[in-house]
Design a protein. Structure first.
Lengths: 985, 512
């Protein structure tokens, strides 16, 4: 019962084929032999192939084989699951005795867990590892895209199609309402701060995806509890590539070139349709405002864009110093004109060992200089509503030739701004210099080799700055001169970890114990100076700033321990505890204890399973744990303190303006959010691990959930305060199945499917139980300031839509303003609103497959969400005739108005809540591997890839995937066509 | 790696409360915040670091919401915007969930909390403990009295608008507890007692720095309290109203020569204004307050540059009965007929159309000499809001006398009224009325002519029993074009659902 590592077992070709191929060849020699394992026992089912051909066979039950090959000689390749391939030159031999060695890498495939690694077989928690050969292929410019759709229970949704944009990552739905739901991300042992970095859209984008060796996703509390107060939303551990001892220099070069294009536009009226509508339903004043152009403003702001992404890496070992050095260059134009993201990245890792491998040192550095041109995304919303009967340009006007709405010869400040001028006359650029580095020193004690000490010192730093320049004739610029606003930020996050690890085989009692105890300290600091708003000459415009920087600072201090106990390699127990302190809380609540316990039973190792031939692996996992959440936003929420007003919020006494001091609201008793997670899982492998997978059920109960509640009026120094009042339950089921459909010398076909069922419900919201309390309004929409469409309500999923029930006419069309009188009081009042659906999918599906045929490979990733609903805010805000009527200007409307005929806004109708279930092919890649070319000097692979291939959905808007569930002006996700070339020297 | 690994860190650019009162130089900036609470929305202008949450920051402005509650609910103002439940104010069908009424309520109690904190930290005992003596001690006592005045002002708003509200004083600590509800009449007594108690500690009338409350501010508030006492407590206090109106009138304030100048960017120079909320285009900025009051009424064919701003917001107009208060609406006769009619129709067929209803050109960001305010972007005006001014006190004096208050006389009342009318008629005596014309109806109408859009109308209409009843209708009152009566309980606003939920001691006002 060999273990398979990475699900790529070789399957033996059947004998009929071999025979037929034998018949085809006459000039053959006959070879025979025996293959044995490390104990000298015959190995059945070993594949024996003549290298570079389809000629092959497999060993019989005793490990014997015979094979007829052409006289030309060559090399035989022996392969077997769990064993290292062996190649033997045929030469003059005809009898072969081959011993295969266990592939220790496969047997001991490790999973990175917090503060150490574990053999995959020993893992007791819900952990998924994705290594580089399983990554999503193609033009992945940011790290998280590499695993999109690949892992059950992990939803990754890009925030937009903007270059360098970040993604919303949710592991098992997150665990919070008002605090962060982002998982903790640990890069080479350094937990990074998820907070935004000024001057860059995505805090992860500094990392070149090509430098990443693996993602390990820790999902349940038994796995994450070692990270204590930051673990409630799951943990993603990213490990970067490293050189290997004894390896000679290997140079890899990859270059990818992409062309991206907008696939669809929001359906608004054309110039002619709009003229017809206004002439039909508008007033004379409005008709008089019509122009005679026909402009498709969305065509005006979008473009086809080019992306190039290049990495060169050198890895190997200089004498005894393993190294890897990589340089990357990415230049990505966005489909919205002017948007651009450029990244120059440098990665270096050195991992030497000393003192007979007792002392190993790991040095990692990942740095990037990113430059972003942030196109004014207001142009997207403006392009939807800007009057299509107006031209883009109006030569010789005061606005630099861009048409703008005016009133009394001045810019009409209420009207939308010419979308192209938003892009061209406002220049917003930022650059960020970020690096993360650490030195990890691991020492195995000479006198007690079972004991290791590990010290990890790391830092995550960034310096960023940027500026926004508005042209003097840019219409919304009220100052009449070119204006410059600057920003900058400096972040310094430092880490110190130390732990001791003791591992001992207790052979007498068939046990193994591993104990870890450690200390961790992390300091997060960021500072942003205050800049004056200036003109091109540097003269201050408006109010001079007072020069006081904004600063944030917090610290985390932790003690942690873990005990793994394994009996008979079958019964595995893991206990962890973390004692966490955070500077965010008062001394009384500063420390929290986060324990976890997990048990695993490797059923397949039991004697009674040895006869169940088709089961190659079976493990039951049970886990329980408590985790916390300290990322609650404010840094000193417990502390009574005064803050100073800036120079634009002063107050005048006499002739003096005072920078006021404000006492801040505070909650002395504020503390951690706590999530208790129960998880039961089954890992399985069938048919020599040709089919592998796992099934997990989980239940998460979050208590002391922080919510910004309304404090009883007059009791605190604010009206709303973050305090621990809420609770929420999350239930889920997730399954992953990997299947090797075909595997032979010519063809392999792997299929991976994962699915997640998830259900969340708010179970507590306030300190005072009040049945009349309908919950918190959330989810601001376009259409009037301050309108919201979603609610947090007891007993419902977060972000449930709160709407009126639309009444439909006999023609199936919604009747304007007519809603169901749900409370039956005879009139339609806000009390008739009801909670209807929510934006979270009940079911997420991920599907990936890869076919290798000879040198060709074809792979795809398809993702689906089901049961998720969307508020079509484009329809609701622009789908009425009222939507075009504004004083002294016209706005375009959605084509939806032609369907509903609505005259006035019906923003809260459930007509606009649409099913946004979808199936999306994220990725399709075709590759050809030329093998070694140029006299065997260079490995060459070419690939062609399409991203965002298609979306199947009934949703009427542009894209069914908007994280908030409110669709208004999403930066469209383009379709990207990529050609890639990969060289290996 | 930081060597220091202590979790006991404090913010670098903020002052921990336990230390802030040790240094006397911090007192005035804290006092300034108590005043700024009426003007700005947070510690960063015009937006950012807001004081209160749960609503768009520009909407959360105290003056903006106070003004809307007092004006949009009446014949004086109607607004063309579709924001949330804003329309309900004019339709008079607001519910306890109305976010604008909630924001005002939250603002009122935010001021109460802030002032309580200051009063708690500036008791004689605490001042002595911190070694504050001499001139500093005197100043601190003035500050404390002003904090109590501001608390009384906000509690007056609470009792006028919401009636029966939670009651917290400096005796309560900051924390989480359920305040008791106080009745409207009891709160009246408290506000009255506070104002009387601080009279001696406040700086003499017209002797304090501009922007800060003095004795006259407290007297004016007392006058308002007494004039409305019948509504608040069921017991009339007109004699007291006369008494305190006289104190103000005798304090040396004078009417501004030109009525229009009271509402301009340099109105801080006026000797008529008793208590302002101050604004500055560069240094006291907000999207509420005067920014709202100057921008929101500008639309249609009105030229934004005439108002010293970069563009109008096409929101506020007035209704026909207000226009009809003037025989000549051109402004050529009565200066206060400041209607803008070009392209505007008198009738309001559609609330959401700015050109339906006459606009009012009153608040401007231009000085009396025609200079535009200091903000080069044209967003934020320098214009201050005259919360209390002499003209109002004259009208209150006359009304209190007419309602039977003793200590004053009709002749003086007539003289005060005619001073206002003479000014309005640009110095000519043509506006003067005779004693036979001086009656309560005249007072109500004159208040609208003189004080429209200054935040008094709802209180006035309630005092004259014309707010909810069919005694008086205006377009779109009750949500119908011709206007209709609404239930009498609407003379009080509901306590916001949010607070009724948060505080089990609260009982909702009747009808809601």
């Amino acid at each position: 019962n060999a273990e398979s590592g990475d699900g790529n077992p070789v399957v033996v070709k059947n004998n009929t084929e071999v025979t037929s191929s034998l018949q085809a060849r006459q000039q053959n020699v006959s070879l025979r032999g025996k293959v044995v394992n490390e104990n000298g026992e015959g190995l059945p089912g070993v594949t024996v192939v003549l290298k570079g051909t389809t000629t092959g066979t497999s060993t019989d039950v005793n490990g014997n084989f015979s094979l007829s090959v052409p006289q030309t000689g060559g090399t035989l390749v022996f392969s077997y699951i769990g064993y290292t391939n062996q190649e033997v030159a045929i030469g003059n031999q005809s009898n072969f005795n081959v011993t295969l060695r266990p592939d220790t890498k496969a047997l001991q495939e490790v999973v990175v867990v917090g503060y150490g690694t574990q053999k995959k077989s020993d893992v007791t928690g819900a952990v998924t590892a994705v290594t580089s050969d399983e990554f999503v292929k193609g033009q992945n410019t940011t790290p998280e895209q590499l695993i999109q759709g690949k892992v059950a229970g992990v939803q990754i949704t890009s925030n937009s199609g903007a270059p360098g944009a970040g993604s919303r990552i949710r592991i098992r739905g997150g665990a919070s309402l008002f605090a962060s739901n982002d998982p903790l991300i640990v890069i080479d042992g350094v937990p990074i701060d998820n907070g935004g970095v000024s001057g860059v859209a995505n805090p992860l984008s500094f990392l070149n995806p090509d430098d990443i060796a693996s993602f390990n996703i820790l999902k349940d509390a038994s796995a994450t509890a070692i990270y204590g107060s930051r673990a409630s939303n799951g943990v993603i551990i990213i490990t970067t590539k490293k050189g290997k001892a004894g390896e000679k220099l290997s140079v890899n070069f990859s270059t990818q070139h992409s062309y991206s294009t907008v696939t669809d536009k929001i359906d608004v009226l054309s110039g002619d349709e709009f003229r017809a509508l206004v002439n039909e339903t508008g007033t004379q004043t409005q008709k008089d405002l019509l122009g005679d152009a026909s402009t498709d403003w969305q065509d005006v702001i979008y473009r086809d864009a080019y992306i190039t992404d290049n990495t060169i890496s050198l890895s190997g070992s200089y004498k005894s110093l393993p190294y890897r050095l990589s340089l990357g260059y990415l230049n990505q134009d966005g489909v919205l004109k002017t948007s651009n993201f450029e990244r120059k990245s440098l990665g270096l890792s050195l991992n030497p060992s000393f003192l007979d491998d007792h002392l190993s040192v790991n040095l990692n550095f990942k740095g990037a200089l990113t430059e972003s041109v942030f196109a004014n995304e207001g142009a997207i919303g403006a392009a939807i509503i800007f009057d299509p009967t107006r031209p883009v340009f109006q030569p010789d006007n005061q606005f630099g030739g861009y048409f703008q709405w005016t009133l009394n010869n001045a810019f009409n400040t209420l009207a939308p701004t010419n979308p192209l001028s938003l892009l061209k006359q406002r220049d917003d650029q930022g650059e960020a210099n970020r690096w993360i580095g650490n030195v990890q020193i691991d020492y195995k004690f000479h006198f007690l080799p079972e004991l290791r000490a590990n010290l990890n010192i790391g830092t995550d730093r960034s310096d960023s700055e940027g500026r926004i320049i508005e042209a003097a004739n840019y219409a919304p610029n009220q100052y009449g001169v070119q204006t410059i606003s600057r920003y900058a930020q400096n972040r310094e996050n430092d880490l110190l970890d130390f732990y001791l690890n003791y591992t001992k085989e207790l052979t007498g009692i068939n046990s193994r114990i591993e104990a870890t105890a450690g200390y961790s300290f992390q300091d997060f600091f960021s500072k942003s100076p205050d800049f004056n708003f200036v003109d091109a000459e540097g003269n201050i415009i408006g109010t001079p700033v007072d020069g006081i920087p904004s600063q944030s600072h917090y610290r985390l201090k932790s003690y942690f321990g873990r005990l793994n106990y394994s009996l008979l390699d079958r019964y595995l127990l893991t206990a962890t505890v973390r004692y966490d302190g955070s500077s965010r809380f008062s001394e009384d609540n500063r420390w929290g204890v986060f324990p976890a316990l997990a048990f695993a039973w490797r059923i397949s190792e039991e004697g009674f399973m040895q006869d169940v031939g088709f089961v190659s692996d079976l493990k039951l996992r049970l886990g329980y744990g408590v985790t916390g959440q300290q990322d609650i936003g404010p840094l000193f929420p417990y502390l009574a303190r005064y803050t100073r007003a800036d120079n634009t919020a002063q107050y005048q006494f006499g002739n003096t303006f005072y920078n006021t001091f404000r006492p801040e609201g505070y909650d002395v008793g504020i503390k951690w959010e706590e999530t208790t997670t129960y998880n039961a899982g089954l890992d399985f492998g069938f048919l020599s691990n040709r089919i592998t997978g796992s099934l997990d059920v989980f239940f998460k109960d979050t208590e002391d959930l922080l919510a910004e509640i309304n404090v009883p009026a007059g009791t605190n120094l604010t009206n709303r305060l973050f305090t621990n009042v809420g609770s929420m339950e999350t239930k889920g089921l997730e399954a992953a199945l990997n299947f090797v459909a075909v595997s032979n010398e010519k063809l392999t076909w792997n299929i991976g499917i994962n699915g997640t069922l998830i259900d969340q419900e708010i179970t507590g919201l306030s300190k005072v139980e009040d049945p009349s309390f309908t919950g918190y309004d959330v989810g601001g929409i376009s259409g009037g300031v301050g309108n919201t469409i979603q609610k947090y309500t007891l007993g419902y999923a977060p972000f449930s839509f709160f709407v009126y029930k639309q009444v439909y006419g006999a023609d199936g069309k919604p009747v304007e303003g007519l809603y169901a009188d749900l409370n039956g009081d005879g009139e339609i009042t806000p009390e008739d609103k009801y909670l209807y659906k929510n934006p979270t999918a009940n079911f997420n599906l991920g599907f990936n497959t890869q076919v290798n045929y000879g040198n060709w490979d074809l792979s795809t990733v398809v993702r689906g969400n089901f049961g998720n609903y969307m508020y079509n805010n484009v329809y609701s805000n622009l789908g009425t005739t009222q939507s075009f009527s504004f004083p002294n200007y016209l706005n375009n409307v959605s084509a939806n108005v032609l369907e509903t005929g609505f005259g006035t806004y019906q923003l809260f109708s459930d007509y606009y809540i649409e099913n946004a279930s979808f199936l999306r092919m994220d990725n399709l890649t075709l590759g050809y591997n030329f093998g070694r070319v140029l006299n065997d000097k260079v490995g060459l692979r070419l690939s062609a890839n399409v991203q965002n291939v298609f979306v199947i959905t009934e949703y009427n808007g542009l894209d069914p995937e908007v994280p908030s569930g409110i669709d208004y002006s999403l930066y469209p996700r383009p379709r990207v066509y990529t050609l890639g070339l990969f060289l290996n020297l | 790696v930081a060597c220091e690994q202590d979790l006991d860190i404090t913010p670098e650019f903020e002052v921990v409360s336990s230390k802030v009162y040790q240094d006397f130089s911090n007192y005035k900036p804290i006092l300034a915040k108590l005043y700024a609470g009426y003007a700005v929305t947070g510690q960063q202008g015009p937006t950012g670091r807001p004081d209160i949450g749960g609503i768009d920051e520009g909407f959360s402005n105290y003056l903006r919401q106070y003004w809307q509650a007092q004006e949009l609910t009446t014949d004086e103002a109607i607004i063309a915007w579709n924001d949330g439940n804003l329309r309900d104010l004019h339709d008079m069908d607001w519910t306890a969930g109305n976010e604008f009424l909630r924001a005002l309520y939250d603002r009122i109690f935010y001021q109460v909390s802030l002032t309580n904190e200051f009063i708690r930290e500036t008791t004689d005992a605490k001042l002595a403990e911190r070694g504050i003596t001499g001139a500093n001690l005197e100043a601190a006592k003035n500050f404390r009295a002003e904090a109590r005045f501001l608390r009384a002002l906000s509690y007056w708003h609470a009792l006028d608008l919401y009636g029966n509200v939670p009651f917290v004083t400096e005796e309560d600590q900051v924390g989480f507890f359920f305040p008791e509800q106080i009745s409207r009449a009891e709160l009246f007594e408290y506000v009255e007692s506070e104002l009387l108690a601080i009279e001696s500690e406040l700086v003499d009338a017209r002797q304090n720095e501009y922007g800060r409350a003095d004795k006259a501010a407290a007297w004016t508030l007392l006058t308002k309290l007494y004039l409305n006492a019948q509504v608040y407590t069921g017991t009339a206090r007109y004699t007291d109203a006369v008494t305190y109106a006289k104190k103000v009138i005798n304090a040396g304030y004078t009417l501004e020569d030109d009525y229009d100048h009271l509402f301009l960017a340099d109105n801080n120079k006026s000797n008529e204004i008793i208590f302002p909320i101050t604004f500055d285009g560069l240094r006291t900025t907000t999207w509420g307050g005067m920014t709202y009051l100057v921008h929101a009424p500008v639309g249609g064919s009105m030229k934004a540059s005439d108002f010293g701003i970069n563009g109008g917001w096409s929101g506020l107009r007035t209704t026909k009965p207000i226009v009809n208060l003037f025989d000549d609406i051109s402004g050529n006769t009565d200066d206060r007929a400041n209607f803008y009619t070009v392209g505007q129709s008198l009738e309001i067929n559609d609330i959401f159309t700015f050109t339906d209803g006459y606009a009012i050109a009153k608040w401007r960001n231009v000085t009396s000499t025609g200079q535009v305010g200091s903000d080069p972007s044209g967003n934020h005006p320098d214009t201050d809001f005259p919360m209390f001014r002499l003209g109002d006190v004259y009208l209150m004096y006359a009304e209190a006398v007419l309602r039977g208050g003793s200590g004053g006389d009709m002749a003086t009342a007539l003289q005060y009224i005619n001073q206002l009318r003479d000014r309005a008629y640009i110095g000519s005596a043509n506006g003067a009325i005779t004693s036979s014309q001086l009656n309560l109806d005249f007072i109500l109408n004159e208040r609208a002519r003189e004080l429209k859009w200054e935040g008094h109308r709802r209180t006035d209409l309630i005092r004259f029993n014309r707010f909810t009843t069919d005694n008086y209708l205006w377009p779109w009152k009750g949500g119908v074009k011709e206007g209709r009566a609404v239930a009498a309980f609407r003379t009080l606003f509901p306590l916001p659902t949010t607070d009724v939920t948060a505080n089990p001691n609260l009982k909702q006002n009747p009808g809601y």
